[in-house]
Design a protein around this ligand. Sequence first.
Ligand SMILES: *Cc1c(COP(=O)(O)O)cnc(C)c1O
Length: 358
Amino acid sequence: MVKQAISKLTAYTPELTLAELKQQRGLDKLVRLSANENAFGTSPKVGEALRAWNFTDANRYPDSNVNGLRQLIAARLNIDPATLVFGDGLDEIIQLLSRTLLAPDDEVVLTRPTFSEYALHAAIEGAKLVDVPATDAGETDLDALAAAVTDKTQMIWLCNPNNPTSTYTMRDAIEAFLAKVPERVTVVVDEAYIDFVTAEANPSALALMSKFSNLVVLRTFSKAYGLANFRVGYAVVAPALASTLQTVRLPYNLSSFAEIAAEAAYKDQGFVDQVVQTIAAEREKWTAFLTEQDVTFYEPQANFIFMRIEGAADLAEKLLQNGYLVRTGLGDEWLRISIGKPEDNQAVQQIVSEFLQK
Ligand SMILES: *Cc1c(COP(=O)(O)O)cnc(C)c1O
C-alpha cells in the first residue's frame, strides 16, 4: 500500500514541450515565458565543451564527487570544496534536504506564496507545513516566520528572490533573522535567482555561512546560466551536514555531460553578466510599463514579474493565441511572466495594454 502521506498528493504538472503545445494550439511561433528559463540560451562554450567529450567514456560511471565542477565553484566562491553537495537540479537537493532532515510531525516553516516543491517534499515526509503569508508588498515576513518557530520546527525555507513574487530580502535582514532562529533549526536560503539581484552589491547569504552553522544556501545552473535541461544544482552546507547528505544522495546523480556543461558555463562569466544586465534593463522597462498602466505588481528582483490583472486567465489565453505562454494559477488573478528577449517583452506589453483598454 502507498504510504498515507503520499496517497493524498497530486503530481506536479510539468510544462508541455513547446512542440506539443504548438501542435495542440496550431501555432507557428511560441515563446515560453512561464518557466523562468533563460531566454538568451546558454554560453556557446557549452556546446564546444560537449562536442569535445570523448564518447568512448559512455560505458563508465560518471565522477560521483563531481570534482572538476566542485573545485571551480569552491575557488570562485572562496569556500571549502567539502561544503558543496551537488544535485540533479535543485529539485533533487530540495528532496534530499527534506528526506534527510524531516520526520513525520516535524514542522516546516515557509512563506506563502513560494516555490511549491518545498511543500511537496515536506508532505512526502509526513511533516507539517506552517505557512506564513507574505506582506502586502509581497515580501517575506521575517518577523512572522521567526514567530512561527516552535519546538517542532526542523526547517525554514527562504526563497530569495522568492518565486513567484520575485521580491528580494536584503542580506542584513536575513542575518538578523538567523540570529533569532535556534541553531537546531536548518534555514535553507534558495538562491536560484540570486544572479539577477541589483538591489544590493553583494546579495548572497553565502557571506553568512561562517557565522551560522545551520544555514544552507542553494544555487542552480538552470536560470542565469541557461542550463535547465542539464539538471545541475548545488547546496553549500556546513561540513557535518554535507557528509550526511552525501550518504543519503544517489551516488551517480550527475552525468559527465551535465558536469562538462556546467563547468563550461561557469567559466564563461561574461555570458552570464551580459544576460543579467539585459534582464535588469528589461525589468525596468516592465515595471515602468506596469506603473504607467496602473497594474498591481510586486517589486521584482528576479527574471520574472508577478502581477495582478483582473481577468488574468483571459489575458493568458490571449497571450497564448499570440504565441506567448505565461504562468497562471499561482494566485487568484495573478500572472507570473518571465522576462524574455526585448522584442518579446515589448510584444507582450502591447497585448497587455490592449487587454487593459477593454
Ligand atoms: C527553478 C527553481 C528551482 C529548480 O531549479 P533546478 O535546478 O532546475 O531543479 C529551485 N528553486 C526555485 C525557487 C526555482 O524557481
